[in-house]
Design a protein around this ligand. Structure first.
Ligand SMILES: Cc1ncc(COP(=O)(O)O)c(C=O)c1O
Length: 375
């Protein structure tokens, strides 16, 4: 059986395109790669591996893993919430949060470009019977308050009950935009006025805080719950954390168990999360500098459209203007040159800067893209 025959039939986690194809071809050539597909490809640091090897562990379903308990306490404090829950992924964090806030037949309002709506398999509907109602995301990732006002259901036997608003900060599909604290507060106040809860998908909340020069806790001060990821720009191998009130987290812990997310000696991975939170947050600003440098480098390449002015964090979207060139074609051409980008639509690619991509790497990637577009 050939190597490609054994390739699992997976599709990109964030789109309908198969980037494995690209990875395999590039690996065969054994060239130095600049992999900008996602910040999820970051590898655990040496300090993380040491911490994992040395971690004190116990049975976390019994609440006896002291490393998990330490990570949860640290996360709750950093996000300004009473309590926290370690989960395996951002998707699980969002799912258990939504399952905790809403019951079957309840409605949640969320952006039409949000990760929870687009990329989480509709899990809240499939597993929780929760009705998703989308609101158009503005280009900066926000939801217009007038649109939200319009969408809140009056008490009427014909309607589902509006229970929850979900915001995403930074907003992945909206150019990685950070949503400012003033906006976050306004939505929180709005939610309270209408008796609905606010959940924040803060997979990259520390990127938002770095871009806005504020504390992550300020961004979620009015939120009832927040999920953030340790395994993206913070480079831990596994894990996300949900934060909220003590009561909310107690219920979310039940939901986590129901979806099979109760872990045992999870301190082995939580230890890497502790290193992620203590050592990897401050360097996120470097990723933002590199993303802007990358976007600026691409901005004069004919046949592509990139706007450096909208790059505020670590995500850059590249639109293809050249007739007849698809994102799959361009991604494969670039893979042959050692640059990996993620096709996110038929004529769009995404690049995400992350540890340990440096300025010279993004300059190298720009050169290769320029060459590929000149061929
Ligand atoms: C904004 C956002 N939320 C949630 C997730 C889901 O995280 P995970 O891949 O850990 O399930 C992602 C993943 O890329 C994301 O970008």
């Amino acid at each position: 059986m050939g190597r490609t025959d054994r390739k699992p039939a997976v599709v990109s986690a964030e789109g309908q395109f198969n980037e494995n194809e690209i990875l395999f071809r590039t690996k065969e050539k054994k060239m130095k790669q600049i992999d900008l597909r996602s910040d999820t490809i970051t590898l655990p640091t040496t300090a993380m591996r040491r911490a994992m090897a040395d971690a004190e562990v116990g049975d976390d379903v019994f609440g006896e893993d002291s490393t998990v308990n330490r990570l949860e306490a640290m996360a709750a404090e950093r996000l300004g919430k009473e309590a926290a829950l370690f989960v395996v992924s951002g998707t699980m964090g969002n799912l258990v949060s939504v399952l905790t806030h809403c019951g079957r037949g309840d409605e949640m309002l969320l952006g039409d470009r949000s990760h929870t709506f687009v990329y989480e398999q509709g899990g809240s509907a499939g597993l929780g019977g929760i009705h998703p109602r989308t609101i158009p995301n503005q280009p900066d990732g926000t939801l217009d308050l007038d649109d939200l006002e319009e969408a809140i259901r009056p008490d009427n036997i014909h309607f589902p009950r509006t229970r929850l608003i979900v915001l995403e900060n930074t907003h992945n599909r909206c150019s990685g935009s950070p949503l400012p604290s003033e906006y976050m507060r306004r939505v929180g106040t709005f939610a309270r006025r209408h008796g609905v809860k606010l959940h924040v998908d803060g997979a990259r909340i520390f990127n938002a805080a770095a871009a806005l020069a504020c504390e992550a806790s300020e961004l979620v001060a009015e939120a009832d719950s927040v999920t953030f990821c340790l395994s993206k720009g913070l480079a831990a191998p596994v894990g996300s954390v949900v934060c909220g009130t003590r009561d909310f987290i107690a219920e979310a812990r039940r939901a986590r168990k129901a979806v099979g997310g109760g872990m045992r000696q999870a301190g082995v991975i939580a230890a890497a999360g502790i290193v992620a939170m203590t050592e990897m947050v401050d360097r996120l600003a470097d990723d933002h500098v590199n993303a802007r440098r990358f976007a600026a480098g691409l901005s004069d390449i004919r046949g592509l459209s990139v706007d450096p002015a909208i790059v505020r964090t670590n995500i850059v979207y590249i639109d293809i203007l050249r007739e007849g060139l698809t994102s799959q074609d361009l991604a494969q051409r670039l893979a042959g040159k050692g640059v990996l980008l993620l096709p996110t639509a038929s004529r769009q690619l995404r690049a995400v800067t992350h540890h340990p991509i440096a300025g010279k790497d993004v300059d190298g990637a720009v050169d290769q893209i320029r060459q590929a577009m000149a061929e």
